[in-house]
Structure formats: structure tokens, C-alpha cells
Design a protein around this ligand. Structure first.
Ligand SMILES: NC(=O)c1ccc[n+]([C@@H]2O[C@H](COP(=O)([O-])OP(=O)(O)OC[C@H]3O[C@@H](n4cnc5c(N)ncnc54)[C@H](O)[C@@H]3O)[C@@H](O)[C@H]2O)c1
Length: 365
């Protein structure tokens, strides 16, 4: 395999003051991760998913050489990990190994791993430090940045959780080498979203190099990842507890979440968000906000990444109902983030039912 050196390691600050932390984007970051563990930490629990066992091993060995007691726990795959049973297992390991408030957890894996590790850290002794090492595209540009942690219950996804800012985040792009192509492109849906809501350069790079941006070893991929992480960091820094500006990150997510629920979570999140963005763009256009050209730009960019842009016919009723149950809906009123232009998202509340149906018909195939 040919490799190229990452031009530079980029550090992006999230938040301000004592709670500020850095997201480091680069390659071969294991040494930097170990160096970020504060000197007072005696015990470290590394929580990881099976596909990234090698990295978890490397980290625990390096931590041991650094004089810490390191423990490693593999968690079940994907959403199965985000349940109370896995959490209880982590609490058991923390308890039997005498983890104190000055010890630390490292979450290594996709968003499911960092959400779970973060929630274990938020709850153990009312909060210990956590370092996130996201190893999926979605984890790097979304889940690991912003301090939201949580688990699922029988009633739904992410219903139990806490805001718990990490001590640091390390997006080591080398970890993506074994990530299946479909997971890379699904993760890129969130990168495209960052482009539409805040950074046109991301869209231009994808339009110029649609194949190279899907190869995680190219400078084009590195650039759009770094830009998307910066957007997420900027937005959450303005709104650490999701009371205002952070809402713009929800572009494409109102319908996207409804599709995920309607498909019983068999769709990848990014695929659902891709369809959701086209729906939101249709709604933006039909409410007189977005030009036809920008609407079509959504379809062409997403299609160039092999992301879906339409959904099965005849499902409007079920999706409408699922949207009303979204945890971000307020009472009966549906809320959408729509676009006026690239970089200008606005809120749309309670759109006319007819416009919703027309927008759905425009994405139905
Ligand atoms: N906290 C937040 O703000 C936030 C934001 C968005 C999503 N999320 C959560 O993130 C989760 C989705 O994240 P995800 O898409 O990363 O899914 P995931 O964590 O389920 O990972 C997807 C799959 O990739 C595997 N994997 C992980 N790293 C790999 C690698 N380097 N190579 C090969 N395979 C690898 C995992 O084992 C899993 O099978 C959801 O639970 C969602 O609720 C949280």
C-alpha cells in the first residue's frame, strides 16, 4: 500500500475557559494519546470495539510502559453496546479495579463506543475524565465532538444520557484504513451537511474530486474531514448544552431520524441523513427560500458519493408520525432546519402539511 504523510497535525479547540479541549486530527497518534493522559492518572480503562482491537492493544501497552495500570474491555458491536448491560459491565470493571475520581476512561471506536465510554465516565463517581478516540468517519466528525454521551433503552435510542465534555479527542485517520467503503460514504453525509450549513469549500472539494474524497488516504479526504470537525467544534463551542445554535447541526435529521426509526435502525445514519437533506432542501425550495440550483446541488453531490437521495413511495403517513415523535419536536409542531443559501441555515416551524407531502413526493421513488 502506498502511504503519504499527513501534511500536519491539526488541533481544533472546542469550548472556552477551563472546560475547553482539543480535537487533534492527524495520523499515527498513539503516542500523542498516551501523552495526553494527565500525570495524576493511575488507572485507565480502554473501552473498544472489536475491529479496532489492534489500536486498543497498542494503547494499553503504551500506557503500561508509561507506568499506568491499563485495562481493556471489548464491547458488543454497534448499537448492542449502548445498553444498560454493557454499561453495568463497565461499572463492574471500574469498581473491582478501584477506579477513583482521578482515573480515566478512553473510548476507542465508532460513535456507539464513544457514546458509551463517555456515559460510563459521566456516571462513575459522578464524573471522571474521558478521552475519545473515534475510529469511524461519523465518530470523528460528529459523535466524539460536543460532549453528548448516552445509551439506549427499550423505549428508544439515546433517551438516557449526559453532557460530559471529554478531556481530549484524537481523530487518527490511520484508524480508518479498514473501515468498509459504505461506512466511509455514510459518514461523509455528515461532512456534506457541514458543507451546506457552514462551509462551501467542502462542497467544492467534493464536486471537484468525488472519487478521491472517498479514499481515506488522500489529502482531499483529510481536508474535508478537518473542515467538518472544525464546523462541529465551532457550533458546539457556541452552544455547549444544545439550547440554540447547535440546532443547525440537525439539517437533514428530522426526516433522517424518522427514516431510521421507520426502518428499525437497519439503515446507516448517514444514508438516512442524506435522504433527509434532500427532503429539507425540497422544503427549503418550496417555502421560497432555496434556489432550484442549490436544491439540485444536494442531489448531485450526494449521488457523487453513492449516497441515497430518495425513499420508498407510499410511506408519508408513517414518516410524518415518526417525525412528530422526534425528541427534538416541540409538542405537535414539527421543526426543521432549512437553508436559504449555502452557509445560511434557518429554522422552519410547523410548515403546511401540503408542502411536507409535496416535498415527500419529490423524494419518493
Ligand atoms: N454523541 C453524539 O453527539 C452523537 C452524534 C452522532 C451519532 N452518535 C451516535 O453514534 C453512533 C453511530 O456512530 P457510528 O456510525 O460510528 O457507528 P458505530 O459505532 O456503530 O460503528 C459502526 C461500525 O463500524 C465498526 N468500526 C468502528 N471503527 C472501525 C474501523 N476503524 N474499521 C472497521 N470497522 C470499524 C464498529 O464496530 C461498528 O460495527 C450511534 O449510536 C449514534 O447515536 C452520537
Amino acid at each position: 500500500m502506498t502511504t503519504h504523510k499527513f501534511v500536519s497535525t491539526t488541533r481544533i479547540t472546542v469550548g472556552a475557559g477551563v472546560k475547553a479541549y482539543e480535537v487533534t486530527v492527524g495520523r499515527s497518534l498513539a503516542g500523542a494519546i498516551v501523552s495526553a493522559v494527565p500525570a495524576h492518572v493511575l488507572r485507565v480503562l480502554v473501552v473498544y470495539q472489536e475491529p479496532v482491537e489492534q489500536l486498543a492493544r497498542e494503547l494499553t501497552m503504551a500506557l503500561e510502559s508509561d507506568g499506568r495500570k491499563a485495562f481493556r474491555v471489548a464491547i458488543p458491536d454497534a448499537e448492542q453496546a449502548k445498553g444498560i448491560d454493557t454499561l453495568a459491565e463497565l461499572w463492574r470493571v471500574l469498581g473491582t479495579n478501584d477506579f477513583t475520581r482521578s482515573d480515566l476512561i478512553i473510548g476507542v471506536g465508532g460513535g456507539a463506543a464513544t457514546d458509551l465510554a463517555g456515559f460510563a465516565a459521566a456516571t462513575w463517581l459522578r464524573g471522571i475524565d474521558v478521552i475519545h478516540v473515534p475510529t469511524t468517519v461519523a465518530g470523528m466528525v460528529d459523535a466524539a465532538v460536543g460532549g453528548k454521551t448516552g445509551i439506549n433503552t427499550a423505549e428508544g435510542k439515546n433517551l438516557v444520557g449526559a453532557f460530559h465534555e471529554p478531556l481530549a479527542v484524537f481523530a487518527d485517520l490511520d484508524a480508518l484504513d479498514a473501515l468498509p467503503a459504505h461506512d466511509v460514504s455514510a459518514g461523509l453525509a455528515e461532512v456534506v451537511k457541514a458543507g451546506f450549513i457552514a462551509d462551501e469549500r467542502i462542497l467544492e472539494i467534493i464536486e471537484h474530486e468525488p472519487r478521491r474524497v472517498r479514499n481515506t488516504r488522500t489529502p482531499e479526504f483529510e481536508e474535508i474531514m478537518t473542515r467538518a470537525i472544525r464546523i462541529k467544534a465551532d457550533v458546539v463551542s457556541d452552544d455547549l448544552t444544545e439550547k440554540g445554535r447547535r440546532e443547525i447541526l440537525n439539517y437533514g435529521h428530522t426526516l433522517g431520524h424518522a427514516i431510521e426509526r421507520h426502518e428499525q435502525y437497519t439503515w446507516r445514519h448517514g444514508d438516512a441523513v442524506a435522504v433527509g437533506m434532500v427532503f429539507a432542501a425540497e422544503l427549503s425550495h418550496r417555502t421560497g427560500h432555496l434556489s432550484l440550483g442549490l436544491l439540485e446541488r444536494h442531489r448531485s453531490i450526494l449521488e457523487s458519493l453513492s449516497l441515497p437521495t430518495c425513499y420508498r413511495e407510499g410511506q408519508f403517513g408513517a414518516l410524518r408520525e415518526a417525525m412528530a415523535r422526534d425528541k427534538k419536536a416541540r409538542g405537535e409542531m414539527l421543526r426543521f432546519v432549512i437553508l436559504e443559501a449555502v452557509g445560511t441555515p434557518i429554522r422552519l416551524e410547523g410548515p403546511e402539511e401540503q408542502l411536507l407531502e409535496e416535498s415527500y413526493r419529490a423524494i419518493a421513488a
